[in-house]
Design a protein around this ligand. Structure first.
Ligand code: AMP
Length: 320
């Protein structure tokens, strides 16, 4: 079963990304079947700064390695370094209807923000389909927000296969078993997110210990005064308990105060993040190494990607 997990190099990766996407990837990585992609092209659908994009692409690659992605078992790739993604994108645009792209919720939301809308914001779900199909991926870990895009990839693969002959593997969406949904510590009704306007409730993977301690000590709780799992009435406390359980791998013990719970959550998060931060600092000292790993990833996946594009070109009627 081939799996592709994508990470956008925008904003700062946080504890939710680690527990919900990076750790499952690390736990399940297997030689020949695991691909981790830094989706730099997807980070260009909104106004962007070239310097920041390049820096963030390397930062995310470095963080993935620091968090345990093993380049011997996972092909770590930068989206734009594999031209077959964009070549297949155009072929898939030729089987995608305008209305299908225009009804994507993320397009509607982001294009409604005002200002010029890049055409790539409309078409990037088709590029995402190309990313998945070009590698013959069977399984894509998806959260709720990506379901619609995965459905589009399935629709385009099925339509292409039916119209031009069996060419693509039709991918399935899977939910990583351990994927907890980590909520914002300052607003436990919202998911911890890279794009939240305020960083007050977000634990960045590279935050210094002092910042983590402060963020957790200020986490929103309630006035109930009992530590228990009750997502409806006590979402803040429930989130802290979930973070504790995810970080330690154990069911939390009994607590008589919110302060004691927060201290244990702080220790558990710090125990999880300290080695990642340390390894990140070592790797970031040698950006040449990370670039080499990306070049190795590219060499690993490219032959199969080329073969898929050749199959698609031939099926759709292009010359060799
Ligand atoms: P992003 O690029 O930040 O939207 O997220 C990349 C992936 O990280 C998502 O597809 C999720 O699997 C995971 N993720 C993001 N935020 C959270 C969260 N708050 N809790 C759990 N998983 C998350």
């Amino acid at each position: 079963m081939k799996r592709l997990t994508g990470f956008q190099p925008t904003g700062n990766l946080h504890l939710g990304n680690l527990l919900g996407a990076m750790r499952p990837l690390v736990q399940e990585q297997q030689e020949g079947t695991s691909i981790a992609m830094i989706a730099d092209l997807h980070a260009m659908t909104m106004e962007h700064d070239p310097q920041v994009l390049r820096r963030k692409t390397l930062e995310v690659a470095t963080l993935l390695l620091a968090a345990g992605v093993d380049p011997k078992r996972t092909a770590l790739i930068a989206h734009s370094q594999i031209p077959e993604h964009t070549e297949l994108h155009y072929l898939l645009e030729c089987v995608c209807h305008f209305g299908e792209a225009a009804r994507m919720i993320q397009f509607k939301e982001k294009s409604a923000a005002g200002g010029p809308v890049r055409l790539s914001l409309l078409s990037y779900p088709v590029l995402m389909a190309a990313d998945i199909l070009v590698h013959d991926v069977d399984q894509v870990p998806v959260g709720d927000d990506q379901n619609q895009h995965l459905e589009l990839a399935r629709t385009l693969a099925t339509r292409f296969n039916a119209r031009y002959g069996e060419t693509f593997v039709v991918p399935e969406g899977v939910r990583p078993e351990s994927a907890a949904r980590i909520m914002d510590l300052a607003d436990p009704a919202a998911k911890m997110s890279k794009s939240a306007r305020s960083s007050a409730g977000r634990i960045g993977l590279l935050d210094p210990p002092e910042t983590i301690r402060r963020t957790i000590s200020r986490a929103v709780t309630d006035t109930v005064g009992i530590v228990r799992h009750d997502p409806e009435h006590q979402p803040g406390v429930t989130n802290l308990l979930a973070i504790l359980a995810e970080c330690t791998g154990e069911a939390p013990g009994a607590y008589t105060s919110y302060g004691a719970l927060k201290r244990d959550v702080t220790d558990a998060v710090e125990t999880l993040l300290a080695p990642i931060r340390k390894r990140y600092a070592e790797l970031a000292d040698d950006p040449g190494y990370v670039r080499e790993i990306l070049a190795e990833g590219k060499a690993l996946v490219r032959p199969a990607a080329l073969a898929t594009v050749r199959r698609a070109r031939s099926a759709i009627g292009l010359l060799d």
